[in-house]
Design a protein around this ligand. Sequence first.
Ligand code: M6R
Length: 614
Amino acid sequence: MCGIVGYIGHRNAVSVLIQGLEHLEYRGYDSAGIACLNRSSHAIEVVKEKGKLAALKNLLAGRDLSAHAGLGHTRWATHGEPSRLNAHPHLDNSKRLAIIHNGIIENYAALKDELKAKGFRFYSQTDTEVAVNLIACYYSRSTGLVEAVLKAVKRMEGYFAFALISREEPDRLIAFKRSNPLVIGFGQQENFLASDVSALLPYTNRFLYLEDDEYAVLTARTVEVFDLKTRKPVKRRPVEIQWTIAEAQKGGYSHYMLKEIYEQPAVVEEIIKNQVKPGGRIEFERMSAGYRAKLRKIRRVYAVSCGTAYHAAIVGQYMLEKYARIPVEVAVSSEFRYEDPVLNSEDLVVVISQSGETADTLAALRIAKQKKALTLAIVNVVGSTLAREADFVIYTHAGPEIGVASTKAYVAQLATMISVTIFMARLRRKSPEAELRSLVSEFKKLPAACEKTLELAKSIDRCARKHSHRKNFLYIGRGYNYPTALEGALKLKEISYAHAHGYAAGELKHGPIALIDNEQPVICIAPHSKTYAKMVSNIQEIKARDGIVIAIGTAGDDALDDMADDFFAIPKMSEIFSPILAVIPLQLFAYKVSVLNGRDVDQPRNLAKSVTVE
Ligand code: M6R
């Protein structure tokens, strides 16, 4: 979704803003712009353009802009088409103020009518231009900008974060947050603002996340944060984030997604290092005895998430039910939040999210808390909103994931789910300790098995070449690998734009089998498992109808190899590990098909990395 960068200090703001926006490109956007404050000219200069940052940089190439402060934005259209006019920043009618904004002002139409009646004119279709004029409407030298912002915010409904500069108060940036993420970065005689930390990693690793209904005033030397209701200063210590800028770069790979696929063995290794202690104990950093005691009393789990994280939740359901013998319900956050779920203090609501900022998942978490359920967040981004608001957070330690298509974050969620499962099984004494111990020792072999699976890349390339022209793919799996089928299909459709549908293999006869002919590829995920024989029957049914079978199976499964048109072998491990291994060839397949079709792998059309609006 939209990206925000703000800067004030001793450097030329233009290059900080552009560099910051480059690091936010992964979030997905369709136009970009900057607004700069120059002390000597006493003017705000705005440069913006539709399309990618390259277009904005072209416009800037001919300009000699120097500025000590400014705002930068990448826009993902909500109100009004992607265009230069609708791109941010937006100026108020008198050109005194410039704003950048993420989120949605739900009552913007009514506010716009009111402002029009007062003589304000609008040039874009955005709710953002309404916001800046509303602030301008309350702004005078005597009231000052902060007061004007606070008055305007009282009138604005919805979920938003914004940053503002004024040519009349050139030594400060003002920022406000409600629901959409905003983080302040601390420098030496310079300060920064951004919608996520990756924009600021080249400059600082000290950050302060704004909470809802907090506003901040930044100068080059100071940062002040206030609570909207009390107007009192907020005293919170900045957090240090250990991600390096190198981790957020491509490191020789042609795409972030490919780099992130190859990082998976290391990600699993890191999780094991963090969560598996000597003697095979599973421990989660900072879990209190009180929280542990509450977990012991839990009678039911809800796993709530979106997209890829939802697939991780389904895998988690199968794991927890088998080993911890606890009932688990899985829900898509956007449904859960409006379903009026029946929850109480004996329920554990687990929210799973890479970004920790997904609007629907955040709403689901808040509902769970209102209903007094115990909450647990499994999140990648340290300090993100879900991480801060949940009763307890387990970080997935995958490092920054830049490719819009989630890969290593998914594998990290699954690996973390394995730890959570073993932990819960012990807590509830529901599986024989010998069995859990043997899982822990096998878990330690998982990074090497992931590494081995990556060796399939060349043969997957060949398979992708045979099928990259096709427009329809089916994915089927059972048990732990039913969600693998969903995830494989999601990966392919989001980055190649081919239609791909994942099914529980048992559902084949209930409809999708009608699609099978000699043009229909079916990706069958069939490693050894308790439903292996059923998968083989499904594959035979597909072959009997001339379908094309691309099979993922266990190494040494010659029978499946003979049956399939293409066969990819993953290392032999217990079933619980198979969704991690089986998804790797599917990620590689989707990647290759996307490249062969000339798609934008890392920033596929219409998609955003972090979905911070409903
Ligand atoms: O940041 P989150 O994990 O909460 O994001 C959830 C989904 O938006 C995300 O997984 C999305 O489906 C990805 N593009 C999938 O590759």
